[in-house]
Design a protein around this ligand. Structure first.
Ligand code: BV8
Ligand code: ZN
Length: 244
């Protein structure tokens, strides 16, 4: 599938950029078989976000929320990073000033080898104690439902940012730094509906960056960005790395 002059223009921009920042959403993992949130097979379609990804829901019914996360953990455990995740690792290797901001909690960027990375909505493979706050890796599949802290015996929760919860300040500061400094921002596989991430493209634009969106469909941000490449992330990203 040819993307015409846009692709070569973006390759040129990337090749000459000193600092590159990338923002990804569920669409980059769709090619690994991880359902997105709002697509036709969307996760939220089967479940209402309000019922599950909120502190109130966990307060009301921790077992139900853990059933949902356990179902997602079991699904994601069978998935591998795809060519889009690998392409971003290569982009990271190629330059000093690179940073990846992901909204995804599936851990696939980390599994692919990305290290200059902020998982701003948390990570489904980490749990946090509701009392002593200890955060630990947990890859049990299935996980005990509900799991309890082996330090203080209190209930464990997913180490994930739910709706209505603030993002971690360290992550927000890092996002602000890398959005203000970048020459190019790539916005990949996100519907641009969840804040504060949905506001990141305009921060970069206002700081003078060239912003390119890569998405299967047009999104509310398409009108605001400098370039919109329509297609699958796993097809487009490797093309951006090819020699000019
Ligand atoms: C906060 C963890 C404040 C859960 C998630 C009204 C107006 C504005 C804001 C609000 C409002 N009401 C409430 C808010 C705030 C709220 C919000 O933005 N709500 C939205 C829905 C309106 N935000 C929050 O609550 C945030 N916190 O604001 O705190 C605060 C401050 C101080 C003190 C207290 C509070 C917290 C937000 C984090 C929520 N947690 N995830 C979990 O995952 O279990 S968000 C959830 O949505 C996921 O993380 C997901 O990543 C994220 C965004 O979705 P996308 O990644 O974009 O995925 P989606 O399916 O939508 O789109 C996929 C895209 O990929 C599509 O465009 C599709 O075309 C494309 N695609 C598909 N296949 C491909 C592809 N593209 C390329 N290639 C392909 N192959
Ligand atoms: Zn504890």
């Amino acid at each position: 599938m040819a993307y015409g002059s846009d692709l070569s223009f973006l390759k040129e921009k990337l090749a000459t950029a000193e600092a590159v920042t990338v923002l990804t959403g569920a669409g980059i993992s769709a090619d690994s078989g991880v359902p997105t949130f709002r697509g036709t097979d969307g996760l939220w379609r089967t479940y209402r976000a309000e019922d599950l990804a909120t502190p109130e829901a966990f307060e009301r019914d921790p077992r139900l929320v853990w059933e949902w996360y356990n179902w997602r953990r079991e699904l994601i455990a069978t998935k591998q990073p795809n060519a889009a995740h690998a392409a971003l690792c290569e982009l990271e290797r190629r330059r000093q000033l690179f940073w990846l901001i992901t909204q995804n909690v599936d851990g696939l960027h980390r599994a692919a080898g990305s290290r200059q990375l902020s998982e701003i909505h948390g990570n489904i493979w980490m749990v946090r104690c509701t009392r002593c706050g200890v955060v630990e890796d947990n890859h049990d599949v299935p996980i005990a439902i509900p799991p309890f802290c082996h330090h203080c015996n209190a209930l464990l929760r997913p180490h994930i940012v739910w709706f209505g919860e603030p993002l971690c300040t360290g992550d927000l500061e890092q996002c602000s730094t890398v959005l203000q400094r970048c020459d190019v921002l790539l916005v990949i596989g996100t519907s641009g509906t969840v804040y504060p991430a949905a506001g990141f493209a305009s921060i970069a634009t206002n700081a003078g960056a060239f912003v390119a969106e890569i998405n299967l469909d047009p999104t509310p941000q398409s009108a605001l960005v400098d370039m919109s490449l329509q297609g699958r992330a796993k097809d487009i990203l490797p093309l951006l790395l090819e020699p000019r």
